[in-house]
Design a protein around this ligand. Sequence first.
Ligand code: AMP
Length: 404
Amino acid sequence: MSFDPLGLTPELTNAVAALGYVEPTPIQAQAIPLVLEGRDVVGCAQTGTGKTAAFVLPAFQRIPAEGVLRILVVSPTRELAQQIEVFSTAVAAHTGHRVLAALGGVPIDPQTAALKKGVDMLVATPGRLLDLVNRKAADLGRVEILVLDEADRMLDMGFWPDVRRILAQLPHKRQTLLFSATMAPEVLRIVNKNLVDPVRVDVAPTGTPIEAIHQALYPVDDSQKVDLMVALMKAHGDFDRTLVFTRTKQRADAVVSALERAGVKATAMHSDRSQEQRTKALERFRDGRIRVLVATDVMSRGIDVDDISHVVNYDVPNSPEDYVHRIGRTARAGASGTAFTFVSIMEFPDLDAIEMLIDSEIPVEELEGFPYRERAVPRAGRLTARKKRRAFGGRVMGRRRGRR
Ligand code: AMP
């Protein structure tokens, strides 16, 4: 199928062709005609499905380029907002729309100045947007199309109170498009409250079918995770472009230091780093100057990098969906991909939830020659006997020792 039957103007189909897109992705094929009709749309889709074009293209068709703020896109992270801006600006070169990304963490004055000159589309993170509204730099009173991108992530990150304040500034009569990777009950509540007679479009991630990924579980004491990470990288020569996920920023920094000490170029991507540092890190990761990018989940959605050879779950994610999102970054487009998950004794309950969701058991592997410390078994026998056998093999297990 080509873009032709979707009802886009020649200007926009040209823009799409110039970007090298030949066929619409499933979400584009489904959502574009609905958005053009003016319907409210709920898209259950994650990054990588082509959702950005699914709202930008029809929004530009509906809204003439007049330098009046009529399209508002709210995004949870700066990286995502930037990606939307980059795509929109490329399309706008064909349509004449003016696009501004208003990100937090960078000076506000250039943003205020740009708004004064007039923009058609504003892409913003919630905090900065509210700041601009409070300074009367952004007038949302004429917005006709609102896009809430990654609504589930905005909830997770605690942005909803800000978003609610933003919603209060918008005209009631408008078109609302909401995208979310999951349709948790809170997301559905938001949909019911803020969208009118919405059409739901569900898209399975174009990412990777989970079966295509080589998954392995590495049970290890938390105190040895850093060493295991370094040892694994040394043992396997094929860690070309590796994404490591940690629970906290501190842990991300610890992994980076250990890898750098071992001579592996690595960098961390988390909210303590400046916008510039993050953009640079992504660039260097993309062009292969650094092999390992260590990120927390909050940051990870914005990382749109192909050719990831390995995903390492240094910490087991709390939400099972995050596991699927994380490992779906590898083995794209038929390439091979590996996902390693380090699991300490405390993380087995989270692992259970993951295995339930993916409906299979992740096979246990062990790094030969690694000086595993005796891995402690939880006191109350939280693990089933089966899990214990899987995790700890025939090893003789003592009671948890008083010290590491
Ligand atoms: P998104 O989910 O919007 O972040 O898009 C994910 C990636 O897919 C981006 O790198 C886009 O440039 C790319 N993409 C989006 N739509 C298409 C398409 N129809 N054909 C080829 N690539 C696309």
